[in-house]
Design a protein. Structure first.
Length: 273
């Protein structure tokens, strides 16, 4: 599909998504013009885990811009949320509850837009939990994971360190949380993107990773691709963990989404990567 002609910047629509435990998630939605579309495609973009440089309050602030770009360039509907504990979303961080948040966002996007195909794309931890949620949803046509871990065994090996970091980053704000520490710790072993990739093998998957990722070893990307069996594995040479801000990675990601969506829906594409 060729890029859309220049027009006014797509309008961001604030939304609220209800997730597990009656937690409200903030988000943004961009609706593409329906004129001239034979098929409609929608994508859910999911941010990663807060870092030492980006707190929970600021995590995910760049996702709406990505929604606007895919809408303006390719005519897609797009949506993003802030996981619980981030931005103005309620709740406290839990890995399993982040999977619930992604699943709730998928259902919301499907009901609100009713696209012909729905895609999930996540960065870092968002890619892992998005793949887990997507593997268990018949509404998801395909997925992309960017700099995402195959599992969270390193977190599970030292949950106390993770909890300390989560409090410092602000994704956990209550001193009394988690009330069930044993359950919270156990989720770190139970949420496994590598198993989700295997369940996702009948649907297209892009695994995109920076060759110099300092946070998630690029070996994880190979594990995910191998588990899927036919994933498209792409490395960004010299790229670090924050591929959201690498123009090369973003171009590859958006072009792959558009090309693959068109091919799976029976439409020809003249967009080149």
């Amino acid at each position: 599909m060729k890029k859309q002609s220049a027009a006014a910047e797509p309008v961001l629509e604030p939304i609220e998504v209800r997730s597990a435990g009656a937690v409200t998630l903030e988000g943004e939605l961009v609706r593409a013009p329906s004129v001239g579309r034979r098929k409609s495609h929608a994508v859910l973009f999911l941010h990663g885990f807060p870092s030492a440089d980006v707190s929970a309050a600021d995590t995910g602030r760049d996702m709406p811009e990505l929604c606007q770009r895919i809408c303006a360039d390719f005519g897609w509907d797009a949506m993003t949320i802030r996981f619980r504990g981030c931005g103005r979303s309620g709740g406290e961080f839990s890995l399993a509850r982040w999977v619930d948040d992604a699943a709730s966002a998928i259902r919301f996007l499907k009901a609100e837009i009713r696209p012909d195909t729905l895609w999930v794309c996540g960065f870092g931890t968002g890619g892992s939990v998005g793949l887990v949620a997507g593997a268990d949803s018949n509404d998801v046509a395909g997925a992309a994971v960017v700099g995402s871990p195959a599992d969270f065994d390193d977190w599970a090996a030292d949950p106390e360190q993770l909890l300390t970091h989560a409090r410092k980053a602000g994704v956990i704000s209550s001193a009394r949380y988690p009330s069930d520490r044993q359950r919270w710790d156990a989720e770190l072993k139970e949420v496994r993107a590598v198993e989700a990739a295997e369940r996702f093998k009948d649907r297209p998957l892009l695994v995109l990773h920076g060759s110099d990722d300092e946070a998630v070893p690029h070996f994880d990307s190979r594990v995910l691709a191998d588990a899927h069996g036919s994933a498209e594995l792409r490395f960004v040479q010299g790229g670090g963990h924050q591929l959201r801000h690498d123009p090369r990675a973003v171009s590859v990601l958006l072009a792959w989404l558009d090309r693959t969506a068109l091919s799976t829906s029976g439409q020809a594409s003249d967009q080149l990567i």
